[in-house]
Design a protein around this ligand. Structure first.
Ligand code: AHR
Length: 499
């Protein structure tokens, strides 16, 4: 059996675990909001119409931050449509997803939902059809204590200041599909003006400028450079978005998607630092990886309706995930954690029904997709400092990324506790992994779990919601400062150890 060796040393620190790495995303798209997190009349609905089954699963998922309300949706959105008495709220065309938006759920409901879910809101503003004034109005409504038209309006709606800290200055403005799509200089100027004005109300906001909507975009690299040349002193983060799929059946490359995420993050960090050097600035720009996931165009087409009807909350991109997808999601989280020195925020896109870890049926059950498990476990176990791991692994050959290590891993260390997250990206067979943990002084194996199945295409459905779960990893052993794991082909595992 091929073997790999890893060394964990608490001295090899990268950065503290950033709780905002465990963010997700709620967009007014498909059934993420309507019949996802919100369904008045559902058997589990609370007094606000929020599905309590979904709220519970959101807590179990260990979500820290939720980005809202889009996505592409935000670039045509009027935030004021979604506040105040429901009877007065207009129905609007949503051009991004060719749907009808009822505005039954809006900013006030989202803020209440965040409080109940115990998550921090991350608000995106419309820089597609709107600009500086509307962003300022929204900020006055959400954050100003009172005594002005919009803060008093919020009080009339029964709400105290929301105190939202984290703001996205638009969404994917480099994409020709985006309403109000712009050149990098046009967008950079608008983002800088908006950020500067928003800081006049609240200097301590944390602001995210739009980076490329994928590293495959024609302007990737120059977009980030040109946008940051305009915005560097006014923003804290630049965004990255990445979706990985296996539509072409190249599973070896798909399993190595985290290699691409590593390169993506490092390329954007290098570009941001280059602009910082040009500007002679000591400030460092962070990465807000505010959309990432597995997304299959092919599977989406199977669940999407005709798309030419203007419907309310139609089924859109309801991908059904399998074990292989869960292993890739676990590995993408390893990549995000490994870059904790620069990744300040990350959002799994999305939370419910739309390429989501949580699925629901209208009037019916809610269940966990296989991808739910690595996310929930990583969020629960990662604590303290992220550690760089020295890895010596056999390689897998991939068409897209060349030879890549079969085993990829990251660890965290918190006051005598080690958490290790590892994947075997090979479809060929198991790898015997020996981890030297002697320098961490740990002697007790508290928990070991694995996501793996003889059938890597196994999925969960409403009828069989727990066909794929995280199982006890029986073969994990700790003795004489060495942890040994036999990682089967296409598997993700987590181990927690203590002194
Ligand atoms: O998450 C789905 C969509 O993907 C978002 O609306 C958009 O920002 C991205 O292209």
């Amino acid at each position: 059996m091929p073997s790999a060796t890893l060394t964990i040393d608490p001295a090899f620190t990268i950065a503290p675990v950033n709780r905002r790495t465990f963010g997700t995303f709620v967009e007014h798209m498909g059934r993420c909001v309507y019949t996802g997190i919100y369904e008045p009349g559902h058997a589990t609905a609370d007094e606000d119409g929020f599905r309590k089954d979904v709220l519970e699963l959101t807590r179990e998922l260990g979500v820290s931050v939720v980005r809202y309300p889009g996505g592409n949706f935000v670039s045509g959105y009027r935030w004021e449509d979604g506040v105040g008495p429901r009877a007065d709220r207009p129905r609007r065309l949503d051009l991004a997803w060719h749907s009808v938006e009822t505005n039954e759920f809006g900013l006030d409901e989202f803020s209440r939902w965040c409080a109940k879910a115990g998550v921090e809101p991350m608000m995106a503003i419309n820089l597609g059809t709107r600009g500086v004034q509307e962003a300022l109005d929204l900020l006055e409504y959400t954050n100003h204590p009172g005594g002005t038209a919009l803060s008093d309006l919020r009080e009339q709606h029964g709400a105290s200041p929301y105190g939202i800290k984290l703001w996205c200055l638009g969404n994917e403005m480099d994409g020709p599909w985006q309403i109000g799509h712009k050149t990098p200089t046009e967008y950079g100027r608008l983002a800088a003006e908006t950020a500067r004005a928003m800081r006049m109300i609240a200097p301590d906001l944390q602001l995210v400028a739009c980076g490329s909507s994928s590293s495959k975009m024609p302007l990737f690299g120059t977009w980030e450079r040109d946008v940051l040349r305009e915005t560097y002193e006014f923003v804290d983060h630049i965004s990255c978005h990445a979706y990985y799929g296996n539509d072409d059946g190249d599973t070896a490359s798909f399993l190595a998607s985290a290699v691409d995420m590593d390169h993506f993050i490092e390329a954007v960090v290098a570009t941001a630092d280059h602009v910082g050097a040009e500007l002679k600035s000591s400030k460092k720009i962070g990465i807000s990886f505010d959309e990432w996931n597995v997304w299959y165009g092919e599977r989406s087409r199977r669940t999407d309706g005709p798309g030419d009807q203007w419907e309310v909350a139609p089924r859109r991109i309801e991908d059904e995930y399998n074990v292989t997808d869960a292993v890739v999601v676990g590995n993408l989280l390893i990549s995000l954690l490994r870059h904790s020195d620069r990744v300040g925020v990350a959002c799994l896109a999305q939370l419910a029904n739309v390429i989501a870890p949580i699925m629901t049926e209208p009037g019916g059950a809610a269940w966990r997709q296989p991808t739910f498990h690595p996310f929930a476990i990583t969020s629960r176990l990662a604590a303290g400092q992220v550690l760089r791991i020295e890895t010596d692994s056999p390689t897998v050959s991939t068409a897209r990324y060349g030879d890549v290590p079969a085993v990829d891993a990251v660890a965290t260390y918190d006051e005598g506790r080690v958490a290790l997250f590892a994947v075997n990206r090979s479809s060929e067979g198991p790898v015997e992994v020996t981890i030297d943990v002697s320098r961490a002084g740990v002697t007790t194996l508290d928990e070991a779990v694995i996501v793996h199945d003889e059938d890597p295409n196994a999925t969960n459905t409403a009828e069989r919601p727990d066909r794929v779960t995280a199982q006890p990893f029986e073969s994990a052993r700790l003795a004489d400062g060495k942890l040994t794991l036999t990682l089967p082909a296409i598997s993700w595992a987590a181990v927690s150890l203590s002194e």
